[in-house]
Design a protein around this ligand. Structure first.
Ligand code: AMP
Ligand code: ZN
Length: 469
């Protein structure tokens, strides 16, 4: 399987060649755990999961590391803002460590429900403060830092390639008006590595350091932890696109200034999930979680299916209507798999040329910058192809599902959603699909009328025909 990925650093789709065979080392910026993950965050983790599964499908071993940002005040890109963990603590009356643990557990419950494979290492920021201090000391020894107003700052003027990832025009940025300029900074784009001068009252999470008691800046955790677990140069770093201009830009500056080496080979960023009124944000207060979707009757797999329907580098607009479409399409998929399972005693161990061709095309689509929407279409084309026997279809579907992760193999034959469509009705629906394929629209209309008379509604969608009672 050929694999090419879009690299934000070069803005091109490049053939994927690992830094060092056989294991691909991949770091993903993880959740901030002062609240639940919203479905936008989860879209990013679904895309990263598709990436990891595609690498594995292509035959690579993968070491997947993700941080858990459990230090509340690390959530702002600059040194402004509020300590969200503290805020959450005040609101709920729980201590900050309990809050972090609670939301970390909730995060993994969501990702498990979405069939997102767990990272091999999920590392908490609070367990790695010494690693961050060591990295800051390294930067200090090389002259990349200065102390001002009690805080340690990274001086971007000491790192000529600063802003390369985001293609920042520094001169323009400098001359642009800034509302909050930290007076301690020599350059407004400098960023804090360590704070001793807390802006937050009653700071609970503080540690001793050579610069005084305080806490680390936000960006340093990802540099310190990724290099600890993956080495000083590794293959892939992912996150949402919001991280390009500040967080990842600063991560690069710290890491490469410390080691003098190129840090990451491929930068892969997922576009945002937005709602019809705009951006989703945790700090806006109200936001949609997976639990809200579940409470409204959607299965987590409906949301995964919805995410797979959009390319990871395109914005995806959330609406209840599109969630319903995803839900219906997935229900239809479940029914198709159930009927194949009824038809074939087991899945095929050898495949015909026709079946193999479906897998080849699927791998080509996923292998070219993770085109999951086309992968879904390939899956439906296979399902609809009357010339491929059921046992081969099942074998191909299970294979595709190694990337799509929809849990097809685990579908029970009598799982909810199938019982409402009796076999004779399904047979008429199948006959109508066949008639349409043969352009026999007159017969197709007749069959529709029969099915509707029996009390069922038919809806043709790009993913197939939906049958509802
Ligand atoms: P956070 O917990 O806010 O640090 O975000 C976790 C991940 O979700 C990061 O990779 C963000 O870039 C990403 N993210 C945040 N908001 C969205 C969104 N609306 N759509 C997709 N990804 C997002
Ligand atoms: Zn990060």
């Amino acid at each position: 399987m050929n694999l090419s990925l879009h690299n934000t650093m070069t803005r091109t789709i490049e053939p994927f060649e690992p830094v060092e065979e056989p294991v691909v080392r991949m770091y993903c910026c993880g959740p901030t755990v002062y609240n639940f993950a919203h479905i936008g965050n989860l879209r990013t983790y679904v895309f990263e999961d598709v990436l990891r599964r595609t690498l594995e499908y292509a035959g690579f071993g993968v070491k997947h590391v993700m941080n858990v940002t459990d230090v509340g005040h690390l959530t702002d890109d600059a040194d402004e803002g509020e300590d969200k963990m503290l805020k959450s603590s005040k609101e709920t009356g729980r201590d900050v460590y309990t809050i972090a643990r609670m939301y970390t557990d909730a995060f993994f419950q969501d990702t498990d429900a979405l069939h997102i494979l767990r990272p091999h290492v999920a590392c908490r920021a609070t367990d790695h403060i010494q690693d961050m201090i060591s990295l800051i000391k390294r930067l200090e020894a090389k002259g990349h830092t200065y102390v001002s107003g009690g805080n340690v700052y990274f001086s971007i003027d000491t790192f000529p390639r600063y802003g390369e990832l985001a293609r920042l025009n520094l001169e323009e940025l400098m001359s642009g008006a800034r509302i909050h300029v930290d007076e301690n900074k020599r350059n407004p784009k400098d960023f804090a590595l360590w704070f001793t001068n807390s802006k937050f009252e009653n700071q609970v999470m503080v540690w001793d350091s050579p610069w005084g008691t305080g806490y680390p800046g936000w960006h340093i955790e990802c540099s310190a932890m990724s290099m600890k677990y993956l080495g000083e140069s590794f293959d892939i770093h992912c996150g949402g696109i919001d991280h390009i201009p500040v967080h990842h830009t600063n991560e690069i500056a710290q890491s490469e200034a410390a080691t003098g080496k190129r840090w990451v080979k491929y930068w892969i960023h997922g576009e945002f999930l937005i709602n019809e009124t705009g951006k989703m944000s945790k700090s806006k207060g109200e936001f949609l979680t997976l639990t809200v979707l579940q409470d409204k009757g959607y299965d987590p797999m409906d949301y995964r299916y919805f995410c797979l329907g959009g390319h990871y580098r395109s914005q995806l607009v959330f609406s209840w209507q599109s969630m319903d479409a995803a839900k219906n399409a997935r229900r239809n998929l479940v029914r198709q798999v159930q009927s194949l399972k009824r038809e074939a005693a087991r899945c095929a161990t050898t495949l015909s040329a026709a079946a193999k061709e479906y897998l080849r095309v699927f791998a080509e689509h996923l292998g070219y910058d993770l085109n999951a929407p086309r992968g879904l279409a390939d899956m439906w084309n296979l399902i609809k192809d009357g010339s491929v026997p059921a046992d081969e279809k099942l074998a191909c579907l299970y294979d595709m599902d190694r990337i799509l992760g929809l849990g097809l193999e685990g579908i029970e034959v009598d799982e909810e959603g199938s019982e409402s469509i009796p076999e004779d009705i399904q047979a008429l629906v199948d006959e109508r699909i066949e008639a349409k394929r043969n352009k026999n629209y007159h017969r197709a209309d007749e069959l529709r009328a029969i099915v509707e008379k029996a009390g069922y509604k038919l809806k043709d969608t790009p993913d197939g025909t939906l049958v509802t009672k």
